[in-house]
Design a protein around this ligand. Sequence first.
Ligand SMILES: [Zn+2]
Length: 411
Amino acid sequence: MKIRVRVIIESDDGVGEMVQKITQLERGQLRPEELGLTLAEAKGLLEGLQRTVVERQIAEYSKQQSSCPLCSKLRSHEGARAIIYRTLFGKIELSSPRLFHCLCQPHPTRSFSPLAELLAERTSPELLYLEAKFASLVSYGLSMKLFEEALPIGAEINASTIRNHILAVAEKLERELGDEQVFFIEGCERDWEELPRPEMPLTVGIDGGYVDSCEQKGKKDGRFEVIIGKSVTAEGESKCFGLVNSYDTKPKRRVFEALKSQGMQMNQQITFLSDGGDTVRELQLYLNPQAEHLLDWFHVSMRLTVMNQMAKGLGPEASESRAGALKQLESIKWYLWHGNVFKALRQIDHLETDLEDEVITGASSEKLRVTLQEFQTYIENNQRWIPNYGELWRAGETISTAFANRPWIKC
Ligand SMILES: [Zn+2]
């Protein structure tokens, strides 16, 4: 059996009709791998169809451009040159004519190339979109392999093309990003009341992690903090953002735009969960008047888990110290879980004194003392953001950024 695929092109006035052959498929005895289209056939079909559609569109465009739109006089040609346009379904060579401007109007130049100007980017927006989408999920090399496997343009794309395109897209997005501000809250209470009923609350997890240079000479040499976050709607739709605070000139604007793209309104409830670092805490302020800022329970409990390990490491010969430290740590955790910072800090003080006075001793006691001291500062600095986690948790609220798929960050 032979299957011929042809395209019928009808002109707008319905007068002309053109049939263009695209491909021919042949099938014999039915075999599973030949039921329907194979990948190679699909690629060939798309490529052929794309070429035909583009050729017709270009022919029509060239016809429109051939005469002056004001006086309808034919424009004279000054030759043509080939331009390459890349689309998802193939690389297409197009003839771009250079035309003389009509003399009925003054023009800054003598001639122009309408097609080359229209397709200034030489890459279709859809191809750029897909390149950016894949490259945000996997490496440039893997994106390239995916294109190669599935799309007619595949053979024409390599990893560095994708990289260059992403860079150009990123630079374009940067240019479109508004100015940085300290304060992003718009309007006043009266305006917010008039806004449409907002969507359910948004939950935003923000986290910072330090990246060190492998050729580091000093502690701060080559060190920078990467801040990443994820905003999740009540329906579970999420959006991620990331930035390097010391490098980015518009960090707050970036976060604000990410939230705005999820439909954030000034009358919408929004909960920020963060690791409690200074830069991260500063970043989430003044973005929304209804914002609630919480210290992420994940970070509190991780620090307590580390101290628990140290307490267990006090050694078998210090079993009393070990039991005492573990009991006190449990009590600190319990107070923090219930948002009782005052008592938690008192308990921390107590354990610290026990360690200093050597009431609690053992192999890792000095390490535990230092870590506990850091934890004390951490809790003191973040006490404003510590809620009654237990109560929120029972009410079904998010108290931890464990939802933000945290394996991609190490803190
Ligand atoms: Zn004219």
